[in-house]
Design a protein. Structure first.
Length: 180
């Protein structure tokens, strides 16, 4: 079934209605955001441990491990930074309403629940949680994908003419799509 509730122009609404009546599924990205609250209650440390465990279990392909010397330098001339992990999907990410949250009645917790770990990672940002909360409460089917951002990276120090390795905290970036 196709519901159209857009604040858009008439032609777009008609296009969507026509596509729906002919059986097409239209995907639209509703939201994309970084999970907030990773720096609280030791969550960043738990998240780093999970990612390192997934690397040890060869769940992820580590991008710059195979690049060395001249090849790595050439790659860095075209990219600002090369991350060890590049937009990898994190398994077992769940969104959970937190109705009893004393700070925000629309709070949505982000949990990691998989064979390696189970912990609260953080929250949907407050500026968009009310709209996502409504989707969940109204039982609207949507899909979301969680992407790993940050972590170990290399960059080319053009002044020193050498490759530098640095670390940044891992972050989780989530996109939410809806079939209309």
């Amino acid at each position: 079934m196709c519901k159209v509730a857009l604040n858009s122009n008439y032609n777009m609404v008609n296009l969507i209605k026509t596509a729906c009546s002919e059986g097409f599924i239209i995907k639209t990205e509703l939201f994309s955001f970084y999970v907030t609250g990773l720096s609280h209650e030791g969550r960043q440390k738990q998240f780093n441990k999970l990612i390192n465990d997934l690397i040890k279990r060869e769940y992820y392909y580590t991008y710059f491990e195979d690049l060395k010397g001249k090849e790595l330098k050439e790659e860095l001339e075209y990219n600002d930074k090369i991350y060890k992990l590049n937009d990898e999907v994190v398994p077992g990410v769940l969104l959970s309403l937190e109705r009893d949250n004393e700070y925000d009645k629309n709070a949505i917790a982000i949990w990691i629940k998989n064979e390696i770990a189970e912990f609260k990672l953080g929250y949907v940002p407050a500026k968009i949680n009310k709209r996502i909360h409504k989707l969940i409460e109204d039982n609207i089917d949507f899909e979301y994908v969680s992407y790993l951002k940050g972590g170990d990276y290399k960059y080319l120090d053009s002044f020193e003419e050498k490759i530098i390795t640095k670390k940044s905290d891992y972050k989780l970036y989530i996109t939410i799509e809806l079939d209309i």
